[in-house]
Design a protein around this ligand. Structure first.
Ligand SMILES: [Zn+2]
Length: 121
């Protein structure tokens, strides 16, 4: 597993945890955390991981999340570090291919368990 913020700027990270604490989840319901996907996705390849085509100026490759970042935080209480690990990322075209990387609800729940929260209380 790639460490994303290995002590940078005094960050403590999530000690390798997969799930947020109640307090952390409450804070992220107020404002979502920053993504660091591109730092942990590995070197950017020449070709898209979905269609195999090259990047173009109008449709560059970006690190796309299999379990969508915001959904993972809010609905499944996953830590930003867990969502930004390389196993959850694919280099894909920003348009169309990025969306095709995303897991279905069934695939997400097979990976992390049933959704158990939202920010509505
Ligand atoms: Zn593509």
């Amino acid at each position: 597993m790639t460490k994303i913020n290995d002590g940078r700027d005094g960050w403590r990270g999530f000690e390798g945890r997969k799930f947020l604490t109640d307090a952390e989840h409450t804070v992220y319901c107020r404002r979502l955390p920053v993504r660091y996907a591109a730092k942990s996705a590995g070197p950017k390849p020449e070709a898209c991981g979905v269609c195999g085509g090259p990047a173009t100026p109008g449709n560059p490759l970006q690190a796309a999340h299999r379990i969508p970042f915001n959904t993972g935080i809010i609905q499944y209480r996953l830590t930003p570090d867990w969502l930004d690990r390389s196993e959850n990322l694919v280099w894909a075209h920003r348009q169309v291919c990025n969306k095709n990387v995303e897991f279905s609800v069934e695939q997400i729940e097979a990976t992390v368990g049933a959704r158990d929260s939202s920010c509505v209380s």
